[in-house]
Ligand binder design. Structure first.
Ligand code: ZN
Length: 304
């Protein structure tokens, strides 16, 4: 079932993307064993990446969000393909914190409120596009809104949410929306958007009530006639493979590889999906030869 839908207002002044990311946040929780506050932090960033990634133009494009704050959870990373399929991880997935003064999971406390949000878009060009802004909130949705305002000059409203069961750490629902004004938008449109958002419930409350992504679009933009542009079915998806791990190994450099070549078995774990890859000493030596055969002959054996 399509769980990410993009809408445009019939007056052509704004777009709205809405996603129910419950299934992919559940998968992230299952892989990483996140505590509730870390499920919220990682789940919000994955949901934001999915919404942003689904706007990419072609199959070889990807988008990476990296939140590097000074909180105990460490860095949070989310990568999306062009159809909104995502993968990600959080440095310290078991951090727990007391609820914040609103009685909510303290995502800002876990992530930190000083640091940077980096947005990297690989658009299939020689160099990726990289935008970096300071963390302004640590609650993530506000940070993405600020990124769009500062780096892309696009007026944006973003909401992201993850609802967790307090006792079992299960993910009850997760989702988000991204409203963006098009260059044709008038002052009146901006007022109408703001007015409509005054009395809405949180995304997770709407999802928990059983509202669909289409229902949510109409609820957050009551003053606009919206039509569906396109829809995707998104999932948690890692694209790791032994070939990719080999490329990563080669990028470690000769010295590292020479050390690993002495080991009987080298185990590497994918950060995104926890899949384990094994390399024998012979396989590492093969990589060494493939990496730079001419250098190998001239270089003396290293001394450790
Ligand atoms: Zn993987």
């Amino acid at each position: 079932m399509n769980n990410l839908v993009r809408f445009i207002s019939t007056d052509g002044q704004l777009t709205c993307m809405v996603t129910d990311s419950t299934a992919l946040v559940r998968e992230a929780h299952a892989i990483h064993g996140t505590s509730n506050v870390c499920s919220a932090a990682l789940g919000r960033l994955l949901t934001g990446a999915s919404l942003m990634g689904a706007s990419l133009k072609s199959a070889d494009n990807s988008l990476t969000l990296r939140l590097s704050g000074d909180g105990p959870a460490g860095s949070v990373i989310a990568v999306s393909d062009w159809q909104g399929n995502v993968r990600g991880y959080i440095s310290n997935p078991r951090v727990t914190l007391p609820k914040n003064n609103l009685g909510k999971l303290d995502v800002k406390g876990a992530v930190g409120s000083a640091g940077t949000l980096t947005v990297m878009k690989d658009l299939g060009l020689k160099e990726p596009y990289i935008g970096q802004v300071p963390i302004v909130s640590g609650e993530i949705a506000e940070d993405l809104t600020n990124y769009f305002a500062v780096s892309e000059q696009i007026p944006t409203v973003c909401a992201l949410g993850v609802l967790c069961a307090p006792d079992t750490e299960d993910i009850i629902v997760a989702g988000g929306f991204l409203i963006q004004l098009l260059p044709t938008a008038t002052e009146e449109t901006i007022d109408k958007v703001e007015e409509g958002l005054q009395n809405i419930q949180s995304v997770t409350a709407m999802l928990a009530e059983g509202m669909t992504v289409t229902d949510i679009c109409h609820a957050v933009l009551p003053a606009f006639e919206m039509e569906e542009l396109d829809a995707e079915t998104t999932a948690y998806r890692c694209n790791c493979s032994k070939e990719r791990v080999k490329t990563a190994l080669v990028s470690l450099g000769r010295k590292e590889l020479e050390d690993l070549a002495k080991e009987k078995d080298t185990e590497l774990t994918c950060h995104f999906c926890n899949k384990k890859y094994h390399f024998s000493g012979a396989e590492i030596r093969q990589l060494l030869r493939a990496a730079s055969p001419e250098k190998e002959a001239s270089r003396p054996t290293e001394n450790g």
